[in-house]
Design a protein around this ligand. Structure first.
Ligand SMILES: C[S@@+](CC[C@H](N)C(=O)[O-])C[C@H]1O[C@@H](n2cnc3c(N)ncnc32)[C@H](O)[C@@H]1O
Length: 247
């Protein structure tokens, strides 16, 4: 499957939910101060160039810039990018379309820090390896990755989807830690907290990694990446053949 930044491969039902509810979602996120702003100083030293992946309403991006960091963000949903610019006009020129896993090199790549808050659960399991790889690829040596994932959710899910249809792939911090460590990122901090929007039963895990190994990856990891791509191509091929057979 060809992958480039212009071709945003996002779970369709998740993207549709955010597109339809952009104004309401943005308002909700802006109600609470950034739950991750408390970690910015620890994660990103002064002067860092930081990329916010899946920047949503622009709340964290605005906070990063207000803290004096040279921050920019990518967000796949047009309506959310529009909301971010409406709520934070100072972000003009610092937000672009972009999505995991086909992140590419937004704003030229080479970041000292990456923030990826409450995004990875919207990717199918099969995309996680490539997504981790894409996050690593935009970091400079010793760059930092601050990411948050839901530990528990208060609302019932049906086949990993909420009532709005958004995908919530179950993620386990220890498994993510192993995945990132295999590609050269070392866990240097972890904080488990309640939900900033006070949703009952929802808790978050925030993980901080540092890119330690920048050399060649283990052969096994390269093979796994190739197998993932191969598996996706076979699924896409079968879907295309089905579509033609049904015509
Ligand atoms: C729960 S919101 C979090 C927004 C923001 N990061 C925050 O913490 O407030 C999830 C965000 O992930 C974005 N998203 C969904 N799938 C994505 C993907 N494959 N790549 C990047 N962002 C994605 C959504 O459009 C949405 O902005």
């Amino acid at each position: 499957m060809p992958r480039n930044p212009a071709e945003l491969i996002v779970d369709p039902a998740t993207a549709a939910y955010y597109a339809e509810h952009a104004a309401e979602v943005a308002l909700r996120y802006e109600q609470a101060a950034s739950p991750f702003a408390g970690y910015f100083a620890t994660a990103f030293p002064a002067g860092s160039r930081v990329l916010d992946v899946g920047c949503g309403s622009g709340r964290d991006l605005a906070a990063l810039r207000a803290a004096g960091l040279e921050a920019c963000g990518v967000e796949p949903v047009d309506a959310l990018r529009a909301q971010a610019l409406r709520l934070h006009p100072e972000l003009e020129g610092h937000i672009a379309a972009g999505a995991l896993p086909g992140l590419g090199e937004p704003f030229g790549g080479g970041f000292d820090g990456v923030l990826c808050s409450a995004v990875l659960m919207h990717l199918p399991q099969t995309e996680l390896f490539d997504a981790a790889f894409a996050l690593r690829a935009v970091l400079r040596p010793h760059g930092r990755l601050l990411l948050s994932i839901p530990l528990t959710r208060g609302d019932p899910l049906q086949q990993d989807r909420d009532v709005g249809g958004r995908l919530f792939t179950p993620l386990v911090p220890e498994a993510l830690q192993r995945l990132f460590e295999r590609i050269g990122l070392q866990l240097i901090g972890r904080w488990d907290t309640d939900d900033a929007l006070q949703r009952q039963g929802t808790r978050w895990s925030t993980l901080l990694f540092e890119l330690r190994a920048t050399g060649a990856l283990r052969a096994a990891d390269q093979i796994e990446g190739m197998l993932n791509r191969d598996r996706r191509m076979r699924v896409a091929g079968a879907a295309t053949r089905c579509a033609f057979a049904l015509r």
